[in-house]
Design a protein around this ligand. Sequence first.
Ligand code: 13P
Ligand code: SF4
Length: 360
Amino acid sequence: MESFTYQPSTSAIDDIVAVARDARKRAGLVVEEQQRKDLMRDIANLLADRRAVLVAHYYVDGDLQDLAERTGGCVADSLEMARFGFEHPAETIVVAGVRFMAETAKILSPEKRVFAVENDANCSLDLGCPANEFGQFCDQHPDRTVVVYANTSAAVKARADWVVTSSIGLRLVQHLHSKGEKILWAPDKYLGDYIKRESGADMLMWNGACIVHEEFKAVVLQNLMRRYPDAKVLVHPESPASVIALADVVGSTSQIIHAAQSMSEKTFIVATEEGILHKMRALTPDKNFITAPTAGEGATCESCGHCPWMKMNDLQRLKNVLVHLGDEVRVDEQIRRQAERSIRRMVEFGKQYAPPVPSA
Ligand code: 13P
Ligand code: SF4
């Protein structure tokens, strides 16, 4: 029997693409090239007019990352974002990232005006660690040193002895362990487990997770590694233990980028949010980056390597923030003071044990 496969004409394909593009545009998902350029120019002018500096995370849209760098701001991991905003002389800081990053900027620089590109951009780790419940957990274990990940609210940080980011979490816990301290860790159980395995410290964990990194799957990653036997595997430590076990390098976003720059291999499988590829490709255009698989071939998943909150940051929202300078980030003063103490300890510790940062 003769078989027949429908082969659409080139023009039919063009029509389908145009219809899909139109639908996405109406939904606000596509910005036309000229509109994009205009927005970038307007934002650069507004940043100068407002004497504001843009501080962006590696996971946000590539245009925002480029704008931050071109206008004298920075694109960085969460530790470096905190340090940069604090040390920069600008009186207004605009943060392209998620809520805890903007809050951290305000906590360290209360005299500055701090704005988030999107106030509703949150983080599953922050949402999964309410301050009241966390306070009760701490009250039950007064003998433990409280170490919390930066991806938490100001109120949770206010309860902590130390705040850490993924770039220095392991080093800090090794340091505390060497002094005989027992740790209460929150909120990321995967990062906490990784640090516990590596340091041998006595750690009691909060049960939180990142909805993006939790999706990476070891079995499908192994299949991919078989297809690319020369590839090195770079993994963010918010990933499950089975994925971390397959890594050649485990590190924060900036440590992952630095590894790709400094290693001689040409192909890398990257297990973290896909926004990071923008910087990796810009710094090492001769290398090949493949995103690690999430929920498996053909399956659907919530995040698939995309952080829904990071993706709320876009050019139009940033422009609106700079035009209106309306909804400033605010932190209750008592909470701010308490949180500042534990964040400053992190920044000081980070100076001593500065992890390598990517260089242009
Ligand atoms: P980094 O501190 O590595 O930039 O990570 C922040 C984050 O939110 C990872 O999901
Ligand atoms: Fe939070 Fe995960 Fe998004 Fe990072 S990627 S901001 S940890 S939800």
